[in-house]
Design a protein around this ligand. Structure first.
Ligand code: NAI
Length: 248
């Protein structure tokens, strides 16, 4: 049985990569999908029945407010929010001493402040529905303390803390907040950067218990579970999905 029938799910960064796979998975469970992305949102949304595509920069307060307003106007409510949009593969791996402050701040804005903005805008609508589910995409990097990407790893660690504290705030509203932390994944964004694949693919596979590439589809089951009724008593949690590279 479809677990998300009648639910409206906003997935950020769903025009490609992990976000797109998540949107496919939630649609298969019956959810109506809102693709929120900087580019390609409308085209991506055509893959879904009654799909809605909205061009939005999730780090911009006014654009996020418009995302929620349009979702409510076109779909009549909002039940599931997947905060997936983020900067990763385009970031240059280098010593923290060489990271410009501007780049640090941009990573914090896109990867962390965006979640604050989307949750702050979406929660009143979820309260209207009597509950909801938020799933935030972190990364395995803060658990492993991966070097040479200090801004990124810090941002992804913040998402775990954000998830826990917000879950506590929203428990009484019936809104669950959870987190999924993928390992190195062969997403579209990663495939656009062969140098990243060269640096990380083989070492990541070798470090795993299940020694193969991680694909965007590998995280879908966990996100669908956390978004749906089977996880009705699960909140504040982080599930690491990396083929057993790190045991959380
Ligand atoms: P990707 O680069 O393939 O896709 C990211 C999507 O987010 C793109 O469609 C992009 O347009 C959108 N986006 C970026 N900034 C945005 C903004 N300000 N507003 C709206 N949309 C924006 O990325 P990928 O690899 O699929 O990553 C998705 C998420 O998963 C990110 O949060 C990333 O940090 C996380 N992650 C990725 C891993 C990997 O190895 N690929 C591993 C662990 C976590």
């Amino acid at each position: 049985m479809a677990q998300l029938e009648g639910k409206v799910a906003v997935v950020t960064g769903a025009a490609q990569g992990i976000g797109r796979a998540i949107a496919d998975g939630l649609a298969a469970e019956g959810a109506r999908i809102v693709v929120a992305d900087l580019r390609g949102a409308e085209e991506a949304a055509t893959a879904y029945a009654d799909g809605v595509g909205l061009t939005v920069d999730v780090s911009d307060e006014a654009q996020v407010a418009r995302l929620v307003d349009e979702t409510l106007a076109r779909c009549g409510g909002l039940d599931v929010l997947v905060n997936n949009a983020g900067l990763y593969a385009s970031l240059q791996m280098r010593s923290f001493t060489e990271i410009p402050l501007r780049e640090w701040q941009q990573v914090m804005d896109v990867n962390v402040a965006s979640m604050f903005l989307t949750c702050r805008a979406a929660v009143p609508a979820m309260r209207e529905r009597g509950g909801g589910a938020i799933v935030n995409i972190s990364s395995g990097t803060p658990f492993r303390g991966v070097p040479f990407l200090l801004h990124y790893v810090t941002s992804k660690g913040a998402i775990v803390a954000f998830t826990r504290a917000l879950a506590k705030e929203l428990g009484r509203d019936g809104i669950r907040v959870n987190c999924v932390a993928p390992g190195f994944t062969m997403s579209d964004g990663v495939k656009e950067h062969p140098e990243v694949i060269e640096q990380l693919r083989d070492v990541s596979v070798a470090a795993r218990t299940i020694q193969r590439d991680q694909e965007p589809e590998d995280v879908v089951g966990a996100v669908a579970y956390l978004a749906g009724p089977a996880a009705s008593f699960v909140t504040g949690q982080t599930i690491v999905i990396d083929g057993g590279q790190y045991f959380h």
